[in-house]
Write a protein that binds this ligand. Structure first.
Ligand SMILES: NCCC[C@H](NC(=O)CCC(=O)O)C(=O)O
Ligand SMILES: NC(=O)OP(=O)(O)O
Length: 313
């Protein structure tokens, strides 16, 4: 594996989950592996967990992390080919990628979608430009269409907490006031499709994810029906995919409550808006795995960095 920008870069998710659990037991075991190696984290968007857990993962491997908020702090980057750069962008991704590649052994990038231009978002032009013009491996820290570090984390968390061989996992849409990306939901779907779980998606009409992503996974428009006998309810808001980037409803009847959850465990990537997406009674109960999920971000990232370092020795 050279780059890690998609759940499809995982060759064997069950083996990766076991490897990540082993790293969690002994996080400093490979402290020599990344000695004198530098990872650059480039953020086009806000972050708390990804920013800190990816640095923590690098430090656990003995690497030196350097971090930059690209939007605002760096020069505006141009991604267009052949563009006459007489507007707001001051340097081209061709130079920016080549320059950062000289400082870093791995480059990790966070770049959210526009949510207005579906074609551009689906082309993953930011992540793919880094892959094209950088001379070092690229790791996605959430791109326009995927959040593969989160998806791997969620697979680890479900494997750790399941009490049955084949748990029922539901991905449920929940309301939000803003138009949010599909990335987390997409990577969760792709991860669950590779796991030994019974997996269904619950979302209102008009909120189906890309059919290229959902494939054969059942989509149920009745949340109560979908939640029956669930072991894990993974909740996320996303904006409409068909009516691209639009908020079609903020129906609070889709908010996750303790009653609806029943015996299931609650999962969310965070940050989460309390009492919009999920009520306090869920987050403040033993049913919630959200803090444990955030902890597992470190070990998912550590496994990915370890594999890239081993591959490039
Ligand atoms: N990295 C995890 C989620 C990031 C982003 N959430 C957000 O933008 C929430 C913003 C807010 O609640 O205002 C998303 O949905 O993809
Ligand atoms: N879950 C997640 O990616 O969180 P941040 O956006 O805070 O990094």
């Amino acid at each position: 594996m050279k780059h890690y920008t998609s759940i499809h870069d995982i060759d064997n998710i069950k083996a990766w989950v076991e490897d990540a659990k082993a790293l969690k037991q002994d996080p400093l075991k490979h402290i020599e592996l990344g000695k004198n190696k530098t990872i650059g984290l480039l953020f086009f968007n806000s972050s708390l967990r990804t920013r800190l857990s990816t640095q923590k993962a690098a430090l656990n491997l003995g690497m030196n992390p350097i971090v930059m908020n690209v939007s605002g702090d760096a020069w505006g980057i141009e991604f267009g080919d052949g563009t006459v750069m007489n507007g707001n962008t001051a340097e081209h991704i061709k130079e920016a990628s080549a320059v950062v590649s000289q400082y870093c052994d791995i480059i990790a990038v966070r770049a959210f979608p526009t949510l207005t231009d579906k074609v551009k978002d689906e082309s993953e032009h930011v992540m793919n430009s880094f892959k094209k013009y950088a001379s070092v491996p690229i790791v996605s820290m959430e791109s326009a269409t995927g959040h593969p570090l989160q998806g791997l984390t969620d697979a680890i968390t479900i494997a750790e907490h399941t009490k049955v061989t084949k748990p029922k996992v539901v991905l449920s849409w929940a309301p939000h006031i803003k138009a949010l990306p599909h990335a987390v939901a997409n990577s969760f779907v792709q991860a669950m499709q590779k796991m030994d779980v019974e997996f269904v998606i619950a979302n209102p009409e008009g909120y189906n994810l890309s059919p290229e992503i959902t494939g054969d996974t059942p989509i149920i428009h009745n949340q109560e029906e979908a939640f029956a006998n669930a072991d894990f309810v993974y909740t996320k808001n996303w904006s409409s995919y068909n009516d691209y980037g639009k908020v079609l409803n903020t129906d609070s009847s889709w908010t996750i409550t303790k009653d609806k959850l029943g015996e299931a465990k609650f999962m969310h990537c965070l940050p989460v808006r309390r009492n919009v997406v999920v009520e306090d009674a869920v987050l403040d109960s033993d049913s919630s795995l959200v803090i444990e999920q955030a902890n597992n971000r470190t070990f998912a990232a550590q496994l990915v960095l370890k594999k890239i370092l081993e591959n490039n020795k």
